[in-house]
Design a protein around this ligand. Sequence first.
Ligand SMILES: [Cu+2]
Length: 85
Amino acid sequence: MEFLAGPHLDLLPNRSKINTFHSVIFNVPGVYLYGCTPHPNMGMLGLVVVDNNFENIADIKKTELSPVASSVLNNLLEEISLNLR
Ligand SMILES: [Cu+2]
């Protein structure tokens, strides 16, 4: 996996190795978008919300993705906004 967007991506480790356990400690609050390294544009994406902080959500929405991946991202964003209510 690799991070596609998020606050201070420079502070996070590089993409994971395939079939290897990968752990990340998030020190900066915010929303992080990650994708399966070979297939982010097929929509294999996920979001991590650290410290319930959504300040950078506009940047996440601006991430350039394929039409399929954009639609998956929109669904994920919808889900986290439903969970906020
Ligand atoms: Cu994949």
